[in-house]
Design a protein around this ligand. Structure first.
Ligand code: ADP
Ligand code: GN1
Ligand code: MG
Length: 396
């Protein structure tokens, strides 16, 4: 007899019981719109007060070494908390994720089927948005990511584990796309001929960031690698961007990757999966606010930690990350929707088409994007070894 298959919610209820959630569990509900993990909110009666936790089943098809991933997350969150406290930030537990241990003391729990679970404190009074309507908030989101990269720029210890090798490697993404076209396992290539042609015609300069990393033209940084708008929480009351969440892909990378995913999602006029691609374009005023906020986040006291070569690559990050997402959605569609959670058989193709529309709009705005980027960093001191830096102020 085959073992009884439990519902995902029943599995989440059992997992909730394996963590040190003080109090009595009131409810476990499915939560959020992430494309990768299974997320649940657990409400607990904690001696008379209602407290919530975020429980997640990590997608181990996507993340093959979840224990190494949790090691990264612990190191990164502990460092962020230390650095935020040192800068005098208030409410640090809403500004960096806090991992809750399982009852056995480990930062995760495995169920009998091998499912990998973890829990975080739930950040209350904050939410992410799908679309940005205010330049001030766009700037705040840019600032949060610039600050995130800056605070992690002095993380001690060994190099972080690569939780998904070659995650933003445009060369390997392009090769996977051509292989998916050649194999055409779902028989869908003919229906995507225009998109396939687009990526073939626009592959020039696609590998610019990975080449710059390889030639050490830019330094390797600790980057988040998934800074889409939904992974940034804004405070409900102040509108301040308080927390960068979803740290599963925080690992070695290029600063332009994170700025790039911001540029793909914050100044976008439509959602990533808008079915009508003609509604998708880049809003230049929103891009300008975003890059100003990002620059400020990297430069407390007017001194950015980014090098001139990194700054030069930021708008390229926008274009390249948009193309990478488009090519990944298309590859997944051609492979029969094996990677992303989809709501129907054309979801990935629609996502791809909307990314193509955004990449075209960036092309049209290219000179203005570059000028806005240079303007945002003009006047800031850089950290380039080739550029004389201001002398340190004498300590009295
Ligand atoms: P995925 O990898 O599937 O995108 P995320 O880690 O982004 O998963 O979580 C999914 C959603 O859950 C997020 O978009 C956010 O709305 C919410 N979320 C995640 N972590 C927290 C948290 N600690 N507090 C509150 N909400 C959270
Ligand atoms: C996935 O996990 P989530 O939904 O925040 C994906 C990102 C894509 C994004 C597109 C590990 O992010 O790379 O940019 O979807 N994450 C992974 O929405 O593949
Ligand atoms: Mg997410």
């Amino acid at each position: 007899m085959s073992p009884r298959v439990r519902s995902p919610l029943a599995a989440a209820r059992e997992a909730a019981g394996a963590f040190s959630l003080y109090g009595d569990i009131l409810s476990v509900r499915s939560y959020g719109t992430g494309h990768i993990n299974g997320s649940y909110v657990v409400a607990v009666n904690q001696a008379g007060r209602r407290v919530r936790y975020l429980l997640q089943k990590v997608n181990t098809y996507v993340f093959r070494e979840p224990e190494a991933l949790m090691d990264n997350v612990l190191r990164v969150t502990e460092h962020l908390r230390r650095r935020l406290a040192a800068e005098g930030a208030q409410g640090v537990s809403r500004r960096a994720l806090t991992v809750l241990p399982a009852r056995d003391g480990r930062p995760f729990w495995r169920d009998a089927e091998g499912g990998f679970w973890r829990a975080y404190l739930f950040i209350e009074g904050a939410r992410s948005s799908e679309l940005m309507d205010s330049p001030a908030r766009a700037g705040a989101l840019g600032g949060a990511v610039g600050r995130f990269q800056r605070l992690l720029s002095d993380l001690p210890g060994p190099r972080l584990a690569e939780t998904i090798p070659n995650f933003h490697n445009a060369r390997t993404r392009y090769a996977a796309f051509e292989a998916a076209v050649a194999e055409d396992r779902a028989g869908r290539a003919a229906a995507a001929a225009a998109e396939i042609d687009f990526f073939r015609a626009n592959s020039g300069g696609f590998d610019r960031i990975v080449s710059a990393l390889e030639s050490v033209e830019i330094p390797e940084r600790i980057t988040h690698n998934d800074t889409k708008i939904q992974n940034l929480l804004l405070d409900d009351r102040s509108g301040e961007a308080i927390c960068v969440i979803d740290l599963d892909t925080t690992m070695p990378g290029a600063s332009a990757y994170d700025f790039g995913d911001l540029a793909r999602t914050v100044p976008a006029s439509a959602a990533e999966d808008e079915p009508d691609p003609s509604r998708m374009r880049l809003s230049l005023p929103m891009y300008e606010a975003l890059v100003r906020g990002y620059a400020a986040g990297t430069a407390p006291g007017g001194r950015t930690f980014l090098t001139p070569a990194e700054i030069e690559l930021l708008p390229h990050g926008g274009r390249i990350i948009t193309l990478i997402m488009g090519i990944r959605f298309l590859t997944d569609w051609l492979e029969g929707d094996r990677y992303y959670r989809v709501s129907g058989p054309t979801h990935n193709l629609e996502r791809c088409r909307t990314q193509v529309a955004l990449a075209r709009s960036m092309e049209e705005n290219w000179d203005a994007m570059r000028a806005a980027t240079a303007a945002a960093f003009a006047g800031l001191d850089g950290d380039s070894p080739g550029r004389p830096s201001a002398p340190d102020r004498k300590i009295e």
